[in-house]
Design a protein around this ligand. Structure first.
Ligand SMILES: [Zn+2]
Length: 454
């Protein structure tokens, strides 16, 4: 059992002052009023729920900073970046993958993410040998080592495009049959006591046929697990969908699938007004990845219209050009300010933009990760982040603006402690395995040597 004295605690009823959280068996056993001081195990400043990272491709952490130069054709885009991403994917062993993912998950915890949905399609350890579990095993081991709550999302990657029968040569390590993927999914054991759960996914409309999309989403529905799908990230995908299916991607999906609140649609960047309103009404989570979408030149999701229609959102660090949930929220709002030439565009359900975006994305992120609970309440999982209220970032702030200060500040995050499943993973801002994990990451990065080709 652990007792935590919090000077400020964010609960489902809002901020409370001077509270004692009692944690037992990975859950919050009690929340009680306290005097100004107490004999608790730890004494902290600002305590908030941990944030769910609803979309991650762990291996892409190794590519960060290696694609920020002009290519020979001087027409860099998502598609030229993808060529570099494929080259990286095809160099990685399970050991490489494990080291990269462990570093990434440590970084996530140190910035306040306490759970991650890993959208995994790098299935085959070597080309053409099928799913042997070594790549997914590398991820699970990394998540366990770091201590992050982990939702495994095995994803079908069937074909190279709408009109292709199979994957391209450079996508061969992603390729599997639907039966093989579903066997792999069925074999994967959910372990609530170790904070491991599972969902299911299809890469995109372009990479999975309509019939297999229906088959997979039905399995997810029967198992009552989240179903994840990239959609409408790039204009080229919209044009290809119009040519192949006679409809834009989100339009086609709304007309051909039972989209509901178990679905997590990643990006959904290019939606028109009707698609936006109808998508909001389904209850599906739209997972926005602002730093990656900016990095890849994707475009801007109509956030204000979607929130006004009651839509549910989450955030993901996706390609990991940023591993900071508060930076994702900042750029989520800044994109809208730049587009609309206004301020506080996302302040729709709350008057404070940072607080509103935090509440919206912790709620949506928990749904996308398959967890009903996202707030610090009795019986909820003990996944929380403690911030130093003596830090420069939070100086002069109180409950009304704590989260605004964290979101709209470029200063280092004043993370003090992070707990997942009742266990402290970060103390004094540093993860308990940070040094060992970094050493392994550095060794692997030297082996991969991406700089060699630049
Ligand atoms: Zn993605």
């Amino acid at each position: 059992m652990t007792t935590i004295f919090a000077r400020h605690l964010l609960t489902s009823e809002g901020w409370l002052g001077n509270q004692i959280l009692t944690v037992a068996d990975g859950r919050i056993a009690a929340i009680d009023d306290a005097a100004d001081s107490c004999e608790c195990d730890v004494n902290v400043g600002v305590v908030m729920p941990g944030i769910a990272n609803a979309h991650s491709h762990a291996f892409q952490r190794a590519l960060v900073g290696h694609t920020e130069h002009r290519c020979e054709n001087q027409n860099d885009s998502f598609w030229t970046w993808r060529t570099s991403m494929y080259a990286l994917a095809n160099t990685l062993s399970p050991e490489h993958y494990n080291a990269i993912a462990a570093q990434l998950y440590v970084e996530m915890l140190q910035s306040g993410y306490t759970s991650v949905a890993e959208f995994h399609y790098l299935h085959n350890a070597t080309t053409g040998h099928g799913i042997d579990g070594s790549m997914s095993g590398a991820l699970v081991d990394a998540a366990q080592e770091a201590g992050i709550r982990f939702t495994y999302v095995p994803v079908l990657y069937e074909r190279a495009g709408f009109d292709a029968a199979t994957t391209s040569n450079e996508q061969r390590r992603f390729q599997s049959s639907a039966d093989e993927l579903l066997d792999h999914y069925a074999d994967f054991s959910t372990q609530p006591e170790r904070a491991i759960s599972k969902a299911l996914g299809a890469h995109s409309l372009r990479a999975v046929s309509a019939s297999l999309l229906a088959e997979l989403s039905e399995v997810a529905a029967n198992d009552n697990v989240p179903f994840h799908l990239h959609i409408a990230e790039q204009w080229a995908e919209v044009e290809q969908s119009l040519a192949a299916y006679g409809a834009r991607p989100v339009r086609w999906l709304l007309d051909n699938a039972d989209v509901n609140d178990r679905w997590c649609l990643v990006h959904a960047t290019h939606v028109d007004n009707d698609e936006c309103q109808q998508l909001a009404a389904t209850g599906a989570v739209v997972c926005l990845c602002p730093s990656t979408e900016a990095n890849l030149g994707d475009g801007l999701f109509p956030l204000a219209a979607y929130l006004q229609s009651g839509g549910t959102i989450a955030i993901g660090s996706d390609s990991h050009v940023s591993v900071n949930p508060f930076e994702e929220l900042r750029w989520l709002e800044y994109g809208q300010r730049l587009a609309h030439e206004q301020r506080n565009v996302a302040a729709i359900r709350y008057t404070h933009t940072g607080h509103g975006l935090f509440e919206a994305t912790t709620n949506g992120g928990a749904i996308a990760c398959g967890s009903a609970a996202h707030a610090l309440t009795v019986d909820a999982p003990a996944d929380l982040v403690c911030f130093d209220d003596d830090s420069a970032v939070l100086a002069g702030h109180g409950p009304a603006t704590f989260i605004d200060a964290l979101v709209f500040s470029g200063s280092p995050l004043p993370v003090d402690r992070v707990m997942v499943n009742g266990q402290w993973q970060v103390v004094n801002g540093v993860h308990r395995c940070a040094e060992a994990v970094l050493n392994r990451f550095q060794k692997v990065i030297r082996e991969i040597d991406l700089a060699r080709s630049e």
